[in-house]
Ligand binder design. Structure first.
Ligand code: SF4
Length: 215
C-alpha cells in the first residue's frame, strides 16, 4: 500500500499536471449543477453538456421544472443514457425542492441525498462546487486511480476510498484534489491505455511498472 507521504508526493505531481482541474458540467446556478450532476450518472459530462442548454432554456429553475411535462423533459434529454428514469428523477427532485426545502438546495449531504437520483457522489459534487463545502466525490476515475496507486486495497468500496482520501488529504484541499484526480483519470491514467510510459507518477506506481514491463 502507498504511504501517506508517498501519496502526498503523487498528489503534488498530479497538481503540477492539472493545476486548473475543475468541474466540467456546465451550469449557471447551484440548481442547474444539481440537475446536470444527476444526469451525469453513468454518462459523460460532454454528453450532458450537449443536452442541458435545451433543458435549462425551458426549465431554468426548480419552479419551472417542478411543473414540467415528463414527456417534454424526456425529449430534451433523450441523448443521455437512462433518460426516462433521469427525467422522472429530476422533475421529482424539483418538486421536492419546492415542497420540502422552500425552493432552495439544502447545504447538507444527508438532506441532499433524500432527493431522487442524488447519491453521495452527487451530493459531494454539488456541495463542493456550488457552495465550497469540503468533500471528496468518488467517481469511477477517482476510484480507479486510488486503486491503481494502491492507496486502498483493490476490494475497497467507494465509501472506503472516500474515507481514505479524507484521511490523507487536508480538508482544505478536498475539493481541488477530487477535481485533479478526476482530470488525471480522465485524461492520463485512463481506464484503457493509461499513459504509463510517459507518466511522472510511474516511480510510485506498481500497476504502471507492471504494465510497462509487460509491453
Ligand atoms: Fe496510471 Fe500508469 Fe501513471 Fe500508474 S504509471 S498512475 S497506471 S498512468
Amino acid at each position: 500500500m502507498l504511504s501517506k507521504a508517498k501519496f502526498t508526493a503523487v498528489l503534488a505531481i498530479i497538481a503540477g499536471m492539472f493545476p486548473n482541474a475543475h468541474g466540467e458540467l456546465e451550469s449557471d446556478t447551484p440548481f442547474q449543477l444539481l440537475i446536470a450532476t444527476i444526469l451525469s450518472a453513468q454518462a459523460t459530462d460532454k454528453g450532458v453538456n450537449k443536452a442541458t442548454p435545451k433543458l435549462f432554456a425551458s426549465y431554468p429553475d426548480a419552479e419551472t421544472l417542478a411543473i414540467a411535462d415528463i414527456a417534454d423533459v424526456e425529449s430534451k434529454i433523450r441523448t443521455i443514457g437512462l433518460y426516462k428514469t433521469k427525467a422522472k428523477n429530476i422533475v421529482r427532485t424539483a418538486q421536492m425542492l419546492i415542497t420540502d426545502f422552500g425552493g432552495e438546495l439544502p447545504h447538507d449531504k444527508d438532506l441532499l441525498q433524500k432527493l431522487p437520483g442524488v447519491g453521495r457522489k452527487t451530493a459531494n459534487v454539488v456541495l463542493g462546487d456550488a457552495f465550497g463545502i469540503p468533500g471528496i466525490a468518488v467517481d469511477t476515475h477517482v476510484e480507479r486511480v486510488s486503486k491503481r496507486l494502491q492507496l486502498v486495497k483493490q476490494s475497497a468500496t467507494v465509501l472506503e476510498v472516500e474515507d481514505k482520501l479524507m484521511k490523507v488529504v487536508p480538508e482544505k484541499d478536498w475539493v481541488e484534489t477530487h477535481h485533479r484526480l478526476i482530470f488525471f483519470g480522465r485524461y492520463h491514467c485512463t481506464a484503457r491505455n493509461p499513459k504509463c510510459q510517459t507518466c511522472p507518477v510511474l516511480p510510485y506506481c506498481k500497476f504502471g511498472e507492471k504494465l510497462t514491463h509487460e509491453s
